[in-house]
Design a protein around this ligand. Structure first.
Ligand SMILES: *Cc1c(COP(=O)(O)O)cnc(C)c1O
Length: 479
């Protein structure tokens, strides 16, 4: 041990904290010096400090006596730590979870046209708030207003950070210190702390619940109306469904009631699609244009759910309401940036070419992928996965169901295909499956599957050609 220290020999394993080399000494090791030249000294020093600290801590916790302090090992660790430090925090993953619009994985994947638009907006000055024709200051909403209005039939439109912000802004503008009448069947909670009653009170509006969980009638709304009523609001039950003995008041009827008392009827549509989903063989979902046609004064919906665009919240409605919303000082805080507008504009432009939508709009392409194609792909990968997981699991190719996700159409599923890893070993199944799920997450390009009934499911619906290349590298890396 002392011998090692005196001789400065880093090549044999040693067993003492005192034998840890200094930062400077490690910087002098040729392999590490090269790293310093390539990436700059500062970050390499950070990596060295980090691994030395880790070593010290492990010695102190006495969990490791025979720590390998050989030069090779230390250099390896520095390289690995440096690799981690240089890696971006936001990394691509392979979504085999079976949920297409996965909120934790960033929801909608943007189509190529949107990607190009965003790159352009990042690289070059753009007419974000500059009216090119007139040559003076413009309004950023003008970039997308015409497209949204043409697609939805609304008079006016504006865009904010997300649909939660859109709902908030609508309530705060049109119903501040006034009552908002909502059916008890529609007091929705969306994941991530979006709850209608909470948003409402934060927005300064007063919730007036009417009806019951399963049945609400026109007279329930009508009886609640008085001089402090500011709005009749419908909320789309995105992530649940009330079945059985139910009744809700159709929007057209609610809008007519509102008109009678001069109170706006509005809708938080949640996902809100612009297309007839059924014509693509998908489950029905109310469209934004239907809601406008049925008399909603304002409709709010998400940009990154069924629409397939960037995170944003879109408000459409009559000119007076939208203009009032735009004048709310909070709009300035909730507005979107040029990257979001670039992406949204590009996505909306795809809707103007409906003949090509199913192939151009990434989310719609994923929703409508032919099952035969998914099946062939899963079969192609079966062997490689079997090799990778080893004999402890049997990898079966089988039909399964994908979810649309993000609360859209919660009880509907899309028939899909994929691989199911079934534990064959003698240990505890649940632990083995959790470990497999973890191992997939730790791959150079993490793979996200889903555990269900003690099996690990890998749904191939969302596996793109680019993902397949990354999968190949993943498995190659292991060998
Ligand atoms: C998803 C959803 C929201 C929240 O939308 P974000 O874009 O996630 O902010 C609000 N209301 C309903 C009904 C929803 O489905």
């Amino acid at each position: 041990m002392t011998e090692n220290k005196k001789m400065g020999n880093l090549s044999t394993p040693v067993h003492s904290l005192a034998a840890l080399p200094s930062v400077d000494r490690l910087l002098g090791v040729p392999a590490i010096a090269t790293l310093g030249q390539t990436h700059g000294q500062s970050i390499v020093v950070r990596a060295i400090r980090q691994i030395l600290d880790e070593r010290r801590q492990r010695f102190q916790s006495a969990s490791l006596y025979a720590e390998d302090l050989s030069q090779e090992r230390l250099v390896q660790d520095v390289e690995q730590t440096l690799g981690r430090l240089l890696q971006p925090s936001l990394r691509p993953v392979i979504n085999l979870s079976g949920t297409v619009l996965h909120t934790n994985l960033g929801r909608a994947l943007l189509p190529e046209r949107a990607v190009e638009a965003v790159v352009n907006a990042m690289r070059h000055p753009v007419n974000l708030e500059y009216a090119l024709e007139a040559g003076h200051r413009g309004d950023r909403d003008d970039l997308i207003r015409e497209r949204i209005c043409a697609l939805t039939g609304a008079e006016d439109a504006t865009v904010v950070n997300n649909n939660a912000a859109a709902v908030f802004l609508m309530l705060n503008t049109l119903a501040f210190r006034r009552q908002v009448v909502v059916s008890r069947g529609e007091l929705v909670e969306i994941g991530g702390s979006f709850r209608i009653p909470d948003i409402m009170s934060r927005a300064g509006a007063r919730l007036r619940e009417v009806g019951t969980t399963n049945r609400t009638h026109r007279h329930d709304y009508e009886r609640a109306i008085h001089e402090r009523t500011g709005m009749l609001m419908k909320v789309h039950c995105s992530n649940y469904e009330i079945q059985g003995f139910t009744h809700e008041v159709p929007l057209a009827e609610l809008a007519a009631l509102g008109a009678q008392y001069d109170i706006p009827a509005t809708v938080d549509l949640g996902s809100g699609t612009l297309i007839n989903m059924q014509s693509y063989g998908l489950p029905a979902e109310p469209t934004v244009q239907e809601n406008i046609r049925q008399g909603a004064r304002v409709v709010t919906f998400s940009g990154d759910k069924l629409l397939g665009g960037p995170q944003s919240g879109i408000l459409v409605g009559d000119r007076e309401s939208i203009q009032a919303i735009k004048k709310n000082p909070l709009k300035r805080m909730l507005r979107v940036d040029k990257l979001t507008l670039a992406a949204l504009d590009a996505v909306l432009s795809l809707y103007e070419q409906p003949e090509h939508l199913a192939e151009q709009l990434t989310t719609l392409r994923l929703f409508t992928r032919p099952i035969e194609e998914i099946k062939a792909q899963a079969r192609r990968w079966q062997e490689a996965f079997q090799q990778w997981v080893g004999p402890e699991f049997e990898v079966q190719a089988q039909p399964m169901y994908s979810q649309i996700g993000s609360g859209a159409l919660p009880v509907e599923a899309l028939p899909s295909y994929g691989l199911c890893c079934v534990y064959q070993g003698s240990g505890r199944t649940s632990r083995a499956v959790i470990q497999l799920e973890e191992a997939l997450r730790r791959l150079p390009t993490p793979v996200v599957g889903r555990i269900q009934q003690q099996n690990l499911y890998l749904d191939f619906r969302c596996l793109s050609a680019a993902d397949e290349e990354k999968l190949r590298l993943n498995f190659y890396h292991k060998q």
